[in-house]
Design a protein around this ligand. Structure first.
Ligand code: NDP
Length: 267
């Protein structure tokens, strides 16, 4: 029995990477999936490939007018939303001039990263709640990061925005429970998942291979994760199987956050 039958799901930043894998899995599990992104070509192609259960809408998560339009469109078409995966996010390394360390950071770059990663999730939750009140069992899944749990010296805005997403998810969870809304909210904290987000940092050819091996060497499970590893976590939190789970955080990072680099080595 598919796990998301009769559910209407919206996923942001779903044209590629973790969002794409989540869209593919949700369609496989029977959901009606609205793929959204700013990458219209890839988003529309993906929806076309996934068939009648998938559609594509342009949505820049940092722009409130886009959320207003999309929310209206979904309410007109489906009358409700059951699942929202706030996945869109940027590191800022490609999208802004930076730098991103705490001593020299460029404030406009800082704002741009927060505008996508934090404002995008905040607006998603705001309009998600308005669309989900008419659901019988709804779930918001916010994609934070392992970087939302620890400091990252060269990516201050990314780490700060992801930490704020972690906390805001708990606020949304408690608010919805307090209001008696049928809406749960949780965060996922991926780490070292091999997606196009890494391309600029990994280089090409042999250099890429070496860089991937170097990242994997720092992961306790000795490999980078796949987008599907995160999609399966989103599936659990989106489905009614997690009906008693709200305000929690799920780390999908091959064990990175389980310990410390200063831990004694195996003798
Ligand atoms: P990708 O960069 O591969 O995919 C992100 C997608 O989001 C792209 O299609 C991108 O479009 C789109 N996007 C960017 N800005 C916006 C915006 N303002 N509105 C809507 N869509 C937008 O990223 P990943 O799949 O790797 O990451 C997905 C999420 O997971 C992010 O929130 C990321 O921070 C988080 N994450 C990822 C980790 C990893 O190791 N990969 C680790 C920890 C967290 P375009 O291509 O046009 O930029």
């Amino acid at each position: 029995m598919p796990r998301l039958t009769n559910k209407v799901a919206l996923i942001t930043g779903a044209a590629r990477g973790i969002g794409q894998a989540t869209a593919e899995l949700f369609v496989q599990e029977g959901a009606e999936v609205i793929i959204t992104d700013i990458n219209d070509q890839q988003g529309a192609e993906l929806a076309g490939r996934l068939g009648h259960l998938a559609s594509y809408i342009h949505l820049d998560v940092s722009d409130e007018s886009h959320w207003q339009k999309v929310a209206q469109q979904i309410l007109d078409q489906f009358g409700r939303l059951d699942i929202l995966v706030n996945n869109a996010g940027i590191t800022g390394f490609l999208e802004t001039p930076g730098p991103h360390d705490p001593e020299h950071l460029d404030l406009d770059s800082w704002h741009k990263v927060h505008s996508t990663n934090l404002n995008g999730v905040t607006l998603g939750c705001k309009y998600g709640i308005s669309m989900m009140k008419s659901s019988t069992a709804a779930s918001i899944v916010n994609i934070s990061s392992r970087s939302g749990m620890v400091g990252i010296p060269g990516a201050a805005a990314y780490a700060s925005s992801k930490a704020a997403v972690r906390n805001h998810s708990k606020t949304v969870a408690l608010y919805c429970a307090q209001q008696g809304y049928p809406i749960r909210c949780n965060s996922i904290h991926p780490g070292a998942i091999l997606t196009p987000m890494w391309d600029a940092m990994l280089g090409d050819g042999e250099a890429r291979e070496n860089a991937i091996n170097a990242v994997a060497a720092d992961v306790p499970l000795q490999t980078m994760g796949e987008p599907l590893d995160v999609a399966y976590a989103a599936l659990y939190l989106a489905s009614d199987e997690s009906k008693y789970v709200t305000g929690t955080e799920l780390t999908i990072d091959g064990g990175i956050l389980a310990g410390s680099a200063a831990a004694p080595a195996k003798s």
